[in-house]
Design a protein around this ligand. Structure first.
Ligand code: PHE
Length: 448
């Protein structure tokens, strides 16, 4: 009965698709701000250490389970360890990806709206009410954001429907080089603006006392997890489409390198321009949708072009992440519902879209609904998924690879050899990685 599993066409197709997942809003609206707030170059060094010592081993673990298990996020654990409870790690991942996509689609819709506003004239001049109110009026209105969310979901569904090679890989091969080009052009433009130095020193000026601050490590580690799309079954699902000849460790190394370089380039794109025009170095939605439009308006006519390119970049970054989130659910439901890919994608995609609508309404007419104390619907879901589901799933996954799966088999699958690097990888997975994940988890639990 079992039909052959779909596969990536090329190693680069796989790497670009995984990078597309990793590179997203986290790189653009979170990393630059975190770096600026937490010690500049010192934070960047700590972040890179977190990526290498924690993020990379977790990503590799997910790839390994996916390729060896050869199934969706749940089935892969079951295939490797039949009759054991480890599949729960995958189940939590699928749930996380499903939940995240409901509201990620909403925010992605906002980025599309802004891109069109720069194309079609809506933002060619500063709106009468100012950028702050313009943004708030938009996201609180009951209908318009849902239409943009629907368009982003439709694009995602349209791509995932065509499958791993013809849909996801083809899109990544086209979109990722474009994304790289955009961030490079905009970063160079930003550096050459007069007064850009203040922004560069905001991001890079080292504050060495950060090394002694535990909170900086927690922030860096949380960011590494989110930015690398770990703990939600994505890298596991993508790993299941990789053929046995592809070296997984090197591929994971390439993906984390791309993600980190992109985060640094995004910082160089945003902060010099922001400081050159006296913008507000906020993080999150305020940075993208209020501070940056303000900056583009100060640039004069060229600001329209820069704004359009900037939001095109953000739309692409969001879209490739949405694709990966949807694929986790689709891989799972194709098996569960025994339906073909096209029908499954359409059905599940529409359900996710509908379940995302409350997150949009939660900014406006449903703002009084706060599932978690003081948090609107979107923030509540984001908290549950990112602060709880992701680390729990990641924690179980590394325990599985480090302790439960036979060491010789893991080493064979990594192709790292059974000495040096291979042993180091196993050691990392056994003790430091789970320990650090546990620390972020406890920290998040107390933050609520
Ligand atoms: N890794 C993405 C980023 O850095 C975020 C993301 C989260 C992507 C969840 C997919 C799923 O923005």
């Amino acid at each position: 009965m079992q039909s052959a599993r779909e596969q990536w066409g090329t190693r680069w197709g796989f790497i670009l698709a995984a990078s597309g997942s990793a590179i997203g809003l986290g790189n653009i609206w979170r990393f630059p701000y975190l770096a600026g707030e937490n010690g500049g170059a010192a934070f960047i060094i700590i972040y890179i250490l977190c990526v290498l010592l924690i993020g990379l081993p977790v990503m590799l673990s997910e790839f390994l389970v996916g390729r060896r298990g050869g199934g969706d996020a749940v089935e892969s654990f079951r295939n490797i360890a039949p009759g054991k409870f480890w599949f729960i790690a995958g189940g939590i991942g699928v749930l996380a990806a499903f939940v995240i996509l409901t509201y990620y689609g909403v925010v992605a819709g906002w980025t599309l709206k802004y891109f069109f506003a720069y194309l079609a004239g809506g933002l060619w001049s500063t709106p009468a009410e100012g950028f702050g109110d313009y943004f708030v009026n938009f996201i609180t209105s009951p209908v318009e954001p849902i239409i943009w969310q629907a368009i982003m979901m439709a694009l995602t569904i349209g791509i995932v429907m065509f499958g791993v090679k013809k849909g996801i890989e083809a899109a990544a091969k086209f979109l990722m080089p474009l994304l790289a080009l955009l961030v490079i052009v905009l970063a160079i433009y930003s550096i050459f603006l007069e007064g850009s130095g203040a922004g560069l020193s905001f991001i890079f000026k080292p504050d060495w006392s950060s090394f002694g601050d535990p909170l900086v490590y927690v922030a860096a580690l949380g960011q590494a997890f989110f930015s690398l799309s770990l703990g939600m079954g994505i890298m596991l699902t993508y790993g299941s489409y990789v053929n046995p000849n592809i070296p997984l460790a090197r591929s994971a190394g390439t993906v984390v390198t791309f993600d980190t370089i992109f985060a640094i380039l995004a910082s160089i794109m945003i902060f010099p321009a922001l400081f050159a025009f006296g913008g507000d170095p906020a993080s999150g939605p305020g940075l993208l949708f209020i501070s940056m439009p303000d900056v583009f308006a100060s640039m004069g006519t060229i600001g329209i072009v820069v704004g359009a390119l900037f939001f095109l970049l953000v739309v692409i970054a969001a879209l490739t992440s949405m694709i990966s989130l949807l694929e986790v659910s689709i891989a799972y439901f194709i098996r569960k519902l025994s339906m073909d890919r096209k029908k499954t994608t359409l059905l599940i995609g529409i359900i996710i879209f509908i379940l995302g609508i409350p997150s949009s309404l939660g900014n406006g007419i449903w703002e009084n609904i706060t599932p978690l104390p003081g948090m609107p619907i979107l923030d509540s879901l984001d908290y549950i998924a990112n602060s709880i589901l992701l680390p729990v799933s990641g924690f179980l996954t590394v325990l599985f690879v480090g302790w439960a799966w036979r060491k010789e088999e893991v080493l064979r699958e990594t192709q790292l050899g059974d000495r040096g690097l291979g042993q180091f990888f196993i050691w990392l997975l056994r003790i430091p990685v789970p320990l650090f994940i546990l620390i972020i988890l406890i920290f998040h639990a107390f933050k609520l």
